[in-house]
Design a protein around this ligand. Sequence first.
Ligand code: SAM
Length: 399
Amino acid sequence: MVTNSLVSLAAAVRSALAKPQSLSASSAEEQEARLDLIDLLPELNAVLVGDIEYLRELAWSAVHVLPVAAINRWGVAKLVPVHGDISYEELAKATGVSESILRRTLRHAMTSRLFCERNGRVAHTPTSKLLVENEYLAAFVDLHTEVAFKSLAHTTDALQKWPDSTSPREVGYSIAVGKPGEISVYEDLAKDPARTVNFGRAMQFFSSGEGYEVTSLVEGYPWGKLGKGTVVDVGGANGFASAAISKAFPDLKLIVQDIRMVGEIKVDYPGTNIEWMQHDYFTPQPVKDADVYLYRFVFHNQYDDKATQTLRAAIPALKKGARILINDEILPEPGKIRWRNERAVRGLDAIMLACMSGHERGVSEWEELFKQADSRYKFLGAAPAPNSKMWLIEAEWTG
Ligand SMILES: C[S@@+](CC[C@H](N)C(=O)[O-])C[C@H]1O[C@@H](n2cnc3c(N)ncnc32)[C@H](O)[C@@H]1O
């Protein structure tokens, strides 16, 4: 009986995959089924391989990031013709990597749908081609392999060396780059304008992912009520969130602030009303009397001592009734949301720990943060943005 169900299950999956377009969801019911399947398949895999094999695979799963990191570091994607192929020998010459290492690395990558071999030559797959066609995705891969992957590998060492540290320098990243305790990720990235630009693009890419779209921020907050008001986008990177708000609400004035406001990070968004300003959010906020101070994906970079410092630095600028609006994720209670979503937010929480001593927060922790910062902040609440994994967390300055 079990054998029969396995045989028919395998046949059903094979036949569905033979027509991949039939797997895209069109109705709400299909979308639910799609999300159910995304959660069920890893569970099914675990059951099929058994507990021992499951744990073995889990323990060594990071090994499959290595070829991705190498491809990124060696710039392989752009060297492989988009419509054609290239020999290992030519690719080795172009990258400066030995042919044998290159072949081993790429054949490993091929098991993850990156590149394929045609008559012994290397060609793109639809997945690897994305690294050439989408510079925002390429920037995301660069950030995650050159910053997060390295930091994660050194995090248990960092936690042993600096238990309970809240410093963004005392993390896996500083050990990974050979400057233990001496440099934070942002300090390191700021040294190189190209990495600064890349970081902005990586953030923009992250916010194009399912459930992270900036449209939920645009549609989920009553921006229209602010009329010709002013919104300060603190830690706004390359301003993509402000650009989306400004396009939808052209009467608003948006001011994008970031510590790394080197020339290159500024992007020209035609038809928007955006000003740019270099500002360190730990120092007093220079833009006084704005209506909303927006912090998107900023506070999860910080431990609570730094987060309260940031909230206090805003105070000199706040008029009575001004709002602090946070657009971030919320850490759920275990098992209360879809497995894939919980895994994503807990993964992000781990990246914050590894790279910056930051963390994701639950609703009560957000409320507590405002309380700790200043009793004149009135916590207005936290609510999920529409059709999103992101939340809107708001407080009012009561003066
Ligand atoms: C995780 S990114 C979020 C970017 C953007 N708000 C988004 O939604 O993707 C955090 C941003 O804070 C900026 N940042 C870091 N330290 C800062 C500081 N001390 N003052 C101002 N901005 C800072 C970084 O440069 C980065 O652009």
